[in-house]
Design a binder for this molecule. Structure first.
Ligand code: 0L1
Ligand code: MG
Length: 259
């Protein structure tokens, strides 16, 4: 894939996000696109957003559940970036800002120290983490009907769109981080439930893998970043009027309305 293609595809995906417009699979047009090419497009897209004045809150991990990895036929999760403008300041999700949003419940890690290298351990991740907090991620793939290949979704910043952060912050040592039960309800009915071990056996493992993936590029996880570790529940499609409530054992709850 040429440098020109990388640049123009990043602009194409960035525009699609801002214009809330579905696009068709890039891979269909560019069968040669590799995972490496896709991360180059993502890097270019991240660069565009930084040039526009947006700030990175932190990287996020996607495809961290066995079910999603099997579905996409991958052995390694993927990552993208959450920006400041994606964090929803109140309790309303506006559909006119989105294409076809889905919600998934996650645990966010807020780092007190940098994490760097290909061989960090879960213990080191926990030691470097200042707080964990509940988060609801809104994924909104720019691809029509969420139909994409692995390189497609990587190029599209791993479907990143919006995030609701909870207000319960706990030290990571205060919880059994792999045993946090979560329910995700829509209009009072539980639609999805799970335990945090659904994220690679332990959500801290998500940061272990993320540090490894970033280290291949000479990058690291930085103190102050808020990192979404991946969906504990499946992702649920949202509709106008939905009242969404998620509850985490020991980490409180988050509620919002879709308008
Ligand atoms: O956060 C995620 O797990 C999203 C990964 C991308 C796959 C999707 O859009 O379903
Ligand atoms: Mg997610």
């Amino acid at each position: 894939m040429t440098v020109m293609n990388v640049k123009s595809l990043a602009i194409h995906l960035n525009q699609a996000e801002y214009e809330k417009r579905e696009v068709t699979s890039i891979q269909a047009e560019h069968p040669e696109m590799t995972v490496g090419d896709a991360y180059k497009i993502q890097e270019e897209l991240v660069g565009l957003k930084l040039q526009e004045g947006h700030r990175i809150i932190g990287p996020k991990m996607g495809l961290t559940s066995r079910a999603k990895m099997k579905q996409m036929n991958v052995e390694e999760p993927i990552y993208g970036y959450v920006f400041d403008y994606m964090v929803v300041p109140d309790k309303t999700l506006y559909l006119n800002e989105l294409i076809h949003p889905k919600v998934e419940a996650e645990i966010a890690f807020i780092l007190g120290k940098d994490i760097e290298g290909p061989n960090v351990t879960i213990e080191q991740v926990i030691e470097a983490t200042e707080y964990v907090a509940p988060a609801l991620e809104i994924i909104d793939s720019r691809y029509k009907d969420f139909k994409f290949t692995l390189p497609d979704v990587i190029a599209d910043n791993a479907s990143s769109s919006k995030v609701f952060m909870g207000s319960t912050f706990k030290r990571p040592q205060e919880l059994e981080l792999d045993l946090v039960g979560v329910t995700l309800s829509i209009n009072g009915e539980i639609k999805e439930l799970g335990a945090s071990a659904a994220v690679l056996g332990h959500p801290a493992e998500s940061l272990v893998l993320l540090a490894r993936m970033l280290s291949r590029k000479g990058l690291k996880l930085k103190a102050g970043q808020v990192i979404l570790t991946g969906g504990i529940t499946g992702a649920v499609m949202l509709s106008d009027g939905d009242v969404v409530q998620a509850k985490w054992d020991g980490l409180g709850s988050i509620e919002f309305t879709v308008k």
